[in-house]
Design a protein around this ligand. Structure first.
Ligand code: TRP
Length: 462
């Protein structure tokens, strides 16, 4: 390593940054809508099981690989696989992660950019006015087709992301996470308290927490599993990269458990909030994939204080998205820093600039695709348009394959002694180490392998 490596200033700093990465559009947009489509209850239970049995062990594995190697994904796999079988494969695993970061960031920022537009529209009253006179219905479609506008909001969001990563691990990422993640929590809790006062609250709770297993199909189970990767930022080395900045005196098991709990809690809170108001207004959800940007604004303005609620709400979504996009860029940037031996600033400008130019394609092509309002953007079956195709590639292929390889590497290639040492350093003796090891060696690869096989076989998740 040619330069001193960044480090989080505290355990809390790492937890907030990693939770910030995990909590994003996946929690606030994707999870509520797939939970809605899959009839709540039983699906939510399966999702929680997926997080506990697959997400949590892989989260710990990624952090172990990062802290052990003190490298970004490519370097981590190179260093840790030295003298072991399959070096070529492991180098590919790291590269796949960097590629996934590049691709996901390029479209995630387009959607994240919409939140900036919505925040401004909430503040200047435009949103309320459009909902009031009914013109909002046409707004979304024409907004997507508006290339220059899309480019503007996308550029702003990418600019913010580059700006944060530019200032480094402690001065940029950790600082922003320390401010935004607590605010995000406060807004969510405020909105959740508000939700308890609505008439639809009881119905929302029943929908979410009364499982009806007859409504669960294989597709739903696979969807829950697949989503657990995306929502926890797993499978491409984001947690690995963040783990490489972790202090040796901090506990990896504690961090992994806290991040998973926070992420799950926030996804469920988001559901409680959205379903409560949807049920209160008895709103018919035509396209569940766009609830966040089309259905919710209409409901907000039926409620007292619509501008205020919608303003805070989109601020929440925007901040959650920003703490996620910075983790995506950090993976690619740290790769450039480590592998090209260049400084952070040129590295950020180079990688961020490259992704920005590539992502313009997404911003401009939205309008060319007439099916876009029905595209499930962060989803499995979305194959429409450039953005949909990239998302399909990333969430169906890159992340599961990356996660599978990470599990195999940690469980079967990395010495158990090394893994144990990382798990216990900063934590103390870990009685359930064997349990984690069984999950990472057997359960995770089998389950993730099943996802990959089902994707290959073309099992669709509806
Ligand atoms: N987890 C984020 C979300 O739920 C998205 C995200 C950020 C991500 N970094 C990632 C997904 C790395 C996969 C890999 O929206």
């Amino acid at each position: 390593m040619s330069q001193p490596r960044g480090q989080w200033s505290s355990h809390l700093g790492f937890i907030l940054a990693a939770a910030g990465s995990a909590v994003g559009l996946g929690n606030l947009w994707k999870f509520p809508y797939i939970a809605y489509e899959n009839h709540g209850g039983a699906f939510v239970l399966v999702y929680i099981a997926a997080i506990a049995l697959v997400g949590l062990p892989i989260m710990a594995a990624e952090i172990i690989l990062g802290r052990r190697s003190q490298q970004s994904p490519v370097g981590a796999f190179r260093v840790l696989s030295e003298g072991r079988a399959g070096g070529f494969l492991w180098k590919g695993t790291g590269l796949l992660g960097v590629l996934a970061g590049f691709v996901i960031l390029s479209y995630y920022c387009v959607i994240a950019g919409w939140t900036v537009k919505y925040i401004l529209m909430a503040i200047n009253g435009q949103l309320g006015a459009m909902v009031g006179d009914g013109s909002f219905n046409e707004f979304f479609g024409s907004f997507l087709a508006d290339g220059p506008a899309q480019t503007l909001w996308y550029s702003i969001f990418m600019g913010l992301t580059i700006g944060v990563v530019f200032f480094g691990v402690r001065g940029g990422i950790e600082r922003v996470a320390k401010i935004m993640v607590p605010i995000l929590f406060a807004i969510l809790i405020g909105l959740a308290i508000y939700a308890t006062t609505t008439d639809g609250f009881g119905q929302a709770m029943t929908f979410l927490f009364r499982p009806n297993f007859s409504e669960l199909d294989t597709g739903a189970i696979l969807e829950a599993l697949g989503h657990s990767f995306f929502t926890l930022s797993l499978g491409m080395g984001a947690m690995l990269t963040y783990g490489s900045y972790m202090r040796r005196q901090d506990s990896i098991p504690k961090a992994a458990i806290t991040i998973c709990l926070l992420d799950t809690l926030i996804a469920i809170l988001a559901c409680i909030i959205m379903f409560s108001i949807i049920f209160t207004e008895n709103m018919e959800v035509q396209k569940s994939s766009t609830i966040l940007f089309t259905t919710l604004p209409q409901i907000f303005f039926k409620l007292p204080g619509g501008s205020l609620i919608s303003g805070f709400f989109y601020l929440l979504v925007g901040m959650a998205a920003l703490t996620s996009t910075i983790s995506l860029l950090e993976v690619v940037t740290s790769f450039a820093i480590d592998e090209l031996k260049i400084g952070r600033r040129p590295a950020v400008l180079m990688t961020g600039g490259g992704i920005y130019v590539f992502g313009l394609l997404n911003a401009w092509s939205l309008g060319a695709n007439e099916t876009l309002t029905s595209v499930n953007i962060i989803g499995r079956e979305s194959t429409a348009g450039v953005l949909g195709t990239l998302d399909y590639l990333a969430s169906n292929w890159f992340l599961p394959v990356g996660g599978f390889l990470i599990a195999i590497f940690t469980g079967w290639v990395l010495a158990s002694r090394t893994a144990r040492q990382e798990m216990e350093e900063g934590h103390g003796p870990l009685p359930w180490y064997a349990g984690w090891r069984a999950l990472i060696r057997f359960v995770a690869p089998l389950v993730v392998g099943a996802i990959i096989v089902s994707v290959i076989l073309g099992a669709e998740y509806q």
